[in-house]
Design a protein around this ligand. Structure first.
Ligand code: AMP
Ligand code: GLY
Length: 422
């Protein structure tokens, strides 16, 4: 069989994991990545087109005559990349702009969940500074304040301090004219990546992200500092409830749209002490670092998975996984999630472990090659190390062993990834 040519859009750790999975797929011939990073350059051809450049991406896909475009980040999907590729007859993994509103607008997502009776946190939309105190009285602390914009997971403030919540609400109104105040959900989080089209869906092994910067879940929210899978909190009983109360109703809705949803629906769950799942958020793409921790667990052909979804025939796909656990630790620049210090040399990013069933390896994210030929950091989350093994503990240890051998001045990583799973 002649393999397909694929263009992966994006340049983070998620896209490195996608390119790595595609490179191991028998169904795949050439891999192109735009813009990619220093790691993806070893798996395919990087192209200097930013993922925000919709027309540039379409022209690139046409010029390369690819069979499939796999979109990593949400912003190009919200901006209509998938719609435009489909008009050109190019298969795209990633929903059209209406499907992408599930992530693009938290208000839209909330209203849709409410209309489908999907369990989620209560919400007040605050548009007037004079009404902030009244809104704060609606819920007991802690308060959850969210901007209704794409913020890469960093636009959420959770606080028990009323004056802080007040300030966050005031600032949100000043920036965007409105801001969301949500009911606080307690429990444990899990991320379920659901690859869906109109013919059916496949749930990938559930993972647990670590959103806070520092050990013990302290510090500010980040894009994600590490993850592990499968997440034990997502028990078979929780899974049954998540499918019947959350995933099935949303799939039923999305498959019946004029343009059915084709791509990954990331379901961010909060699971309370009684095992009841609530939706914290939907994303319309693979998660980062959830992708790095989840894709290595898939044993069936990733290229075929993504193509069958983009072509609306996922129900025919034979999905299989390895009976392993995995853990991913993110290495971030000094300053992240604030202003990151970049341009520093990275040593040891080639280090890995290959010992029987135990593997650990690096996914690049914000890396590039400097003019003097050195591997350097060029953003907040620089790289991640993923460990895979029959036991979670061994996977975590392998990942930390490789992480300990990597040098990047001022960098930060959490030491307690997977602590709940262990
Ligand atoms: P989001 O950008 O909506 O995913 O939120 C980022 C993170 O903030 C989530 O992963 C949770 O850790 C936390 N969070 C968001 N909404 C809530 C909520 N209603 N209750 C508790 N924690 C929340
Ligand atoms: N790790 C969270 C996200 O990708 O949104």
């Amino acid at each position: 069989m002649v393999g397909i040519d694929v263009l992966v859009v994006g340049g983070g750790g998620r896209e490195h994991a996608l390119a790595l999975g595609l490179s191991k797929s028998n169904s795949v011939n050439q891999i192109h990545i735009s813009p990619g990073n220093a790691g993806t350059a070893f798996l395919g051809t990087n192209h200097d087109v930013p993922s925000s450049d919709i027309n540039g991406t379409i022209n690139l896909a046409k010029k390369l005559d690819v069979d499939l475009v796999v979109v990593g980040p949400e912003a190009p999907l919200v901006a209509g990349l998938s719609d435009k590729l489909n008009l050109q007859g190019i298969a795209c993994f990633g929903p059209d702009s209406i499907g992408a509103k599930l992530e693009g607008s938290k208000i839209y997502a909330k209203e849709l969940m409410q209309s489908l009776n999907i369990p989620t946190a209560g919400l007040v939309i605050v548009e007037n500074i004079d009404r902030i105190n009244e809104a704060l009285d609606t819920f007991s602390p802690p308060w959850v304040v969210k901007r209704d914009v794409l913020a890469g997971g960093k636009g959420v403030i959770v606080t028990e301090i009323r004056s802080e919540a007040f300030e966050a609400l005031r600032e949100g109104i000043e920036l965007d004219n409105l801001v969301l105040l949500e009911e606080f959900l307690s429990g444990e989080e899990a991320s379920v990546l659901v690859v869906m089209d109109e013919s059916g869906y496949i749930c990938l092994p559930a993972s647990q992200d670590h959103k806070r910067l520092s050990d013990g879940d302290c510090g500010p929210n980040t894009g994600g500092m590490g993850a592990y899978a499968p997440a034990p909190v997502y028990t078979p009983a929780v899974q049954l409830r998540a499918i019947s109360e959350i995933i099935d109703p949303m799939h039923h809705y999305l498959r019946n749209q004029d343009i059915p949803y084709r791509g990954c629906l990331y379901v961010g769950l909060m699971i309370d002490e009684n095992g009841a799942p609530y939706v914290v958020e939907y994303n319309v793409r693979f998660g980062d670092p959830e992708t790095q921790v989840t894709l290595p667990l898939i044993s069936s052909d990733l290229g075929e998975l993504l193509l069958s979804c983009a072509e609306g025939r996922i129900s025919k796909y034979d999905f299989t996984t390895h009976p392993y656990s995995s853990a991913t630790i993110v290495l971030a620049s000094e300053g992240y999630p604030g202003v990151s210090i970049t341009g520093r040399e990275i040593i040891g990013a080639d280090n890995n472990i290959e010992e029987g069933e135990i593997h650990a390896f690096v996914h690049h994210a914000a890396t590039s090659i400097s003019s003097s030929g050195k591997l350097v950091s060029n953003g907040g989350r620089v790289l991640s190390v993923t460990g895979i093994a029959p036991e979670l503990r061994t996977a975590v240890e392998a990942a930390y062993e490789v992480m300990g051998s990597i040098k990047l001045s001022g960098s930060q990583y959490r030491l307690d990834i997977a602590h709940r799973g262990l």
